[in-house]
Design a protein around this ligand. Structure first.
Ligand code: PRP
Length: 178
């Protein structure tokens, strides 16, 4: 285990097992549909690639980078588009792929934006859900794990751009971010 990690919350095997379950459900729900999966960079990359490998039907991938945090651990409440989508979502079923939902500010903005661009449907899949921190209610169709309000890193999740490439999700030692 990395020296900055207090404890492991989900190991790699547990993460991949849960992702396979989500992918099976998504495959059943969208069979025959024109699904576009949109990864919210950068944290969602690891989840997106593992999830899509297990979805058993054709899927289009696209990427969007939005930010409301900067280098801080507290949401600014203002969402900025850093990189927009490459393809139109008009008349497509869209699944937004996120690593974690916290206040809900980022995803609320993204979902509204995709609806305004006339997507046929917009749903959310998130690996982690910090319900206790929610400020804006969101309808989350697929969720990997509900987690308590502790700072977690790994499997795409960072602190100041570090720890994203840890293969597990763990609690960061408190003295490193407080
Ligand atoms: C994280 C996460 C979500 C957002 C969730 O991204 O990937 O996009 O915060 O927080 P919210 O529900 O409070 O809006 P971050 O801005 O840290 O960017 P990153 O994925 O590049 O690390």
């Amino acid at each position: 285990m990395h020296k900055d990690i207090e404890a492991i919350l989900f190991d790699e095997e547990t993460i991949l097992k849960r992702i396979a379950e989500l992918a099976k459900q998504i495959t059943e729900d969208y069979k025959g549909e024109n699904l576009t999966c949109i990864c919210i960079l950068k944290g969602g990359v690891f989840f997106m690639t593992d999830l899509l490998k297990k979805i058993d039907m054709p899927v289009m991938m696209d990427f969007m980078d939005v930010s409301s945090y900067g280098a801080s651990t507290i949401s600014s409440g203002q969402v900025r588009i850093i990189k927009d989508l490459e393809h139109s979502v008009k008349d497509r079923d869209v699944l937004v792929v996120e690593d974690i939902i916290d206040t809900g500010i980022t995803l609320n903005y993204v979902v509204d934006l995709l609806k305004s661009r006339e997507a046929k449907s917009v749903e959310i899949v998130t690996l982690l859900n910090k319900k206790d921190r929610r400020e804006i209610e969101l309808d989350i169709k697929y969720c990997g794990f509900d987690i308590p309000d502790y700072f977690v890193v790994g499997y795409g999740l960072d602190f100041d751009e570090k720890y994203r490439n840890l293969p597990y999700i763990g609690y960061l030692k408190e003295e490193l971010y407080k």
